[in-house]
Design a protein around this ligand. Sequence first.
Ligand code: B12
Length: 250
Amino acid sequence: MSGSVVRPYGDTTGDGMVQLSFTLPVPCDKRAQGAALQLAAKMGMDPAMVVHTRAMGEAFTFFVVYGRVNHLVDTSTVTVVERDFPLLSAKEVNAAVRRRLRRKLVVVGACIGTDAHTVGIDAILNIKGIAGNKGLEYYRELRVVNLGAQVSVPDLVERARVERADAVLVSQVVTQRDAHLHNTREMSAAFREAFGADRRPLLVVGGPRFDELMAAELGVDRIFGRGTTPAEVASYLVHALVESPVRSAA
Ligand code: B12
């Protein structure tokens, strides 16, 4: 195996062991375990063991299966969105906004559609932030308008216009039936329609299950995933709006 080609391991390096969890719509009995093993075998796990089984009501069973796969990962072909801007301190963010914009940078944030998961957007916007990293409200040169949960796209567009938003930050946590993708596309289309491609605010979406590579496809400027810190978002806003105000997804 070359240095960039790796395989998973559980007990000894390179043994190929992985763990997988899933639910089948079958009652929790011995046949259910057999069904889980059949699925694992079809997914290329050989040998496989059911290491945990739990009834989920009468007609469903949750499984954890542990087994070996023969697949290899070539890390030299992995594509991810790397941070392509410097991580700034709050002091540096404030100084850059004051120097270049000469007014406060306005950020409007919301959870859109039926999504009521506000913890993520609050972690980015509220002064208390997350894990010791203060939220955007802490930055003196940013003016933050947090609209909270279940905001409709027309209301978001209207509020962004009234507040003269430089950036609109949208959170989508629920991914059932790809709601996060549909809502994001609807939102970005509405901003283009209302503002025109070059006068619209910067559009940023975030949430734990987004693919950060999909920004252009969804019509937004940037996607932030699981574990994002407010400092990363503030630094990106300076990079995109203050230092090099060029839109990536016109
Ligand atoms: C707390 C919670 C709730 C709370 C939400 C309270 C609130 N005010 O937010 C309550 C109880 C209301 C709730 C309700 C529901 N929930 Co819920 N909930 C969760 C839970 C346990 C934690 C989510 C959370 O707070 N994470 C912590 C934050 C800090 O992390 P985060 O959101 O990922 O945010 C970070 C990044 O993603 C990023 N980020 C996020 N947004 C943004 C935005 C921008 C602009 C940027 C830059 C970055 C960014 O930065 C943040 C900080 O690092 C998750 C399971 C889990 N463990 O994740 C389920 C979960 C999200 N819920 C789920 C479901 C199904 C529901 C319900 C539909 C349940 C039901 N049948 O009623 C309802 C839906 C309500 C609704 N209308 O939206 C599912 C979603 C499944 C899916 N495929 O979509 C999950 C995954 C649970 C599960 N395993 O099934 N839920």
